[in-house]
Design a protein around this ligand. Structure first.
Ligand code: SF4
Ligand code: SF4
Length: 70
């Protein structure tokens, strides 16, 4: 099981704060995107994004390898 960030889309407003505060370029967000895209390979799980998200839209979820493959 690998921990991975998950977005709660219902809570996310697309404000882009999470992408701004990530020091590891692990969140992609452009003007044309409604929601941020997480890049797990870049993420150190520092959780700054989750702490800074005003809407508590980011959570950590355990992801099994089987789930990742499917
Ligand atoms: S900071 Fe929170 S609400 Fe804003 S884009 Fe990121 S996840 Fe969505
Ligand atoms: S947990 Fe840290 S490294 Fe990962 S996306 Fe959030 S701010 Fe970036």
């Amino acid at each position: 099981m690998n921990p991975e960030l998950k977005l709660t889309a219902d809570e996310c407003t697309g404000c882009g704060i999470c992408a701004d505060v990530c020091s590891f370029d692990a969140i992609l967000m452009t003007d044309k995107m409604a929601f941020p895209l997480f890049i797990p390979e870049q993420c150190t799980l520092c959780l700054t994004c989750a702490e800074e998200c005003p809407f508590e839209a980011i959570e950590i979820k355990e992801v099994s390898l089987k789930e990742k493959v499917s």
